[in-house]
Ligand binder design. Structure first.
Ligand code: ADP
Ligand code: MG
Length: 485
């Protein structure tokens, strides 16, 4: 199958992502915008579209849209209006959604993505527009009836539409991972696909390699994780190729993804598609965005993952692998940023974050936001190692756990109290070296006959008998002197 795919066919994919904005209130009313509230409690007459009510623009949504547009290299439209998209559905009490049809706020952008296999590609962003969400129909709570929760109705959304530039499920995976990271860094959406605050519809077609025209596309819906988007696309590509190979026709239709079977099934065809009868929303004024407004937002943009990645790999000299772990979440990167304010040892700072700090958080099932140690305490720990007061292994195995239990006490004080400082004098170290040498006469003989690498063995023995109290640098020097003697 995959072989046929590689030789003969090529997939073409365009993605439509809906991101629920993290505003306090809804898009066009003062109703609270929150997930998980008791059903139908955040619903006013405006959300219900009762006669005589008027929508009111939530200015935050414009700021969020522009932020995302700037992050995705888009043009920001200076003049826009809103439109009504009319359709009947039980969870759409107004009978229409307010959206942007012909004048999206952001257009002509792009994002560069890298797949797991290291393939780089630039994905065009056709448009980003603002709109409102519908309510939610719940089919699986009551065995007889469908329930409707209108809390979600009127929640502000950003819809991000790509050009048909993607060519594989892996690229879609990389694209969605980047978009999710970006909206989280911008603090405009929590990016949670399981809860539906980030949703993706995938448009997929296949064509013979070398053919210029696109094939007929199918839209696949209802994937609640990035992994499921990947599964849905892989399956759909395979299904379309098999159909074409059998001489069947692909119809433009919407298909549903079933996560249990990993397959798609027809939902509705193009013929049954809605005619939304878009027309300009008469209750909202046209929107004007000045260059000054854009400049103010541009100046307030936080550092984005791409910038941090560049800084960590070029200025700080870290590996790309390490840098990607450091930027994986904004709070984690923020902690690292504070840590490198407090220490110049960037490599050590990165190693601690990626190693001990991360495994502590994983083991505890905690996020960096509740990590008990302040960045300056971690910097103090790194300084103790640099000054030769404590060994790296002693720091990781003994001091770091003690610090976690006693976050108010400085690492130096903790190390001193617990007898972890490498403060053995030359005489003491020499004594240990002599005892190690007399306990291992054969190894001494072999060393003296040229097996110089045995110094590692002796150092290991020394660390054992000294219980970590010998500074390895001076101990190593003394050890060599004694062995050479
Ligand atoms: P529609 O009119 O069905 O809404 P659009 O042209 O607006 O279609 O495109 C919707 C999405 O489908 C976009 O992301 C676009 O890139 C993608 N798309 C368009 N044509 C194709 C195709 N032939 N194969 C795959 N994706 C496509
Ligand atoms: Mg369209």
């Amino acid at each position: 199958m995959t072989a046929v795919m590689n030789d003969k066919y090529e997939a073409v994919i365009g993605l439509e992502v809906h991101a629920q904005m993290l505003t306090k209130t809804k898009a066009y009313s003062n109703d609270i915008n929150e997930y998980g509230a008791r059903p139908n409690t955040n619903v006013s007459a405006i959300t219900l579209g009762h006669p005589g009510t008027l929508p009111k623009m939530n200015k935050k949504t414009i700021e969020y849209a522009i932020k995302l547009g700037l992050a995705l290299n888009c043009k920001i439209a200076d003049h826009q209006y809103f439109a009504r998209k009319n359709y009947f559905y039980p969870d759409l009490p107004k009978g229409y959604q307010i959206t942007q049809d012909t004048t999206p706020i952001c257009t002509e952008g792009f994002i560069d993505v890298v797949t797991k296999e290291g393939k780089e590609s630039r994905i065009g962003i056709t448009r980003i527009h603002m709109e409102e969400d519908a309510g939610k129909s719940i089919h699986d709570v009551d065995i007889h009836d469908t329930l409707v929760d209108l809390n979600r109705a009127g929640t502000p959304l950003l819809e991000i539409v790509t050009e048909p530039d993607l060519r594989s499920a892996d690229e879609a995976y990389a694209y969605l991972t980047e978009i999710r990271q970006l909206v989280r860094y911008l603090d405009i959406c929590d990016g949670n696909m399981e809860e539906g605050s980030l949703r993706c519809d995938a448009n997929i077609s296949v064509r013979l390699k070398g053919v210029a025209e696109f094939g007929v596309k199918v839209e696949v819906k209802n994937m609640n994780s990035i992994r499921n988007v990947h599964r849905a696309i892989s399956h759909e590509i395979e299904r379309q190729i098999e159909a074409i190979e059998k001489g069947e026709t692909i119809y433009q239709e919407t298909r549903n993804f079933d996560a249990v079977s990993g397959t798609t099934s027809a939902m509705r065809t193009k013929e049954a598609a809605n005619d939304y009868r878009y027309f300009p929303e008469p209750d909202l004024q046209p929107l004007f965005v000045s260059q000054e407004q854009v400049n103010v937002i541009q100046a307030e943009m936080p550092k984005l993952p791409k910038e941090l990645l560049h800084k960590y790999t070029s200025t700080l000299g870290l590996s790309e692998y390490d840098a990607r772990i450091l930027i994986s979440s904004k709070p984690f990167a923020h902690y690292f940023e504070q840590l490198i304010e407090a220490t110049d040892n960037y490599k050590a700072a990165a190693n601690w974050m990626i190693g001990e700090v991360r495994s502590y958080l994983n083991n505890q099932g905690k996020q960096i936001e509740v990590f008990p140690l302040a960045p300056k305490e971690m910097a103090a720990l790194i300084a103790l190692i640099e000054e030769g007061k404590i060994s790296t292994s002693m720091a990781a195995q003994k001091l770091f756990p003690l610090m976690l239990e006693n976050p108010a006490i400085s690492p130096l004080e903790l190390a001193e109290k617990n007898n972890l400082i490498q403060d053995a004098g030359e005489d003491e170290i020499t004594g240990w070296i002599e005892s190690v040498m007399s306990a291992n006469p054969t190894e001494v003989e072999r060393y003296r006959n040229g097996e110089k690498q045995l110094v590692g063995f002796f150092m290991g023995q020394l660390m054992k008998v000294s219980k970590g109290k010998a500074d390895p640098k001076s101990a190593n020097k003394l050890m060599r002197e004694k062995l050479e003697a």
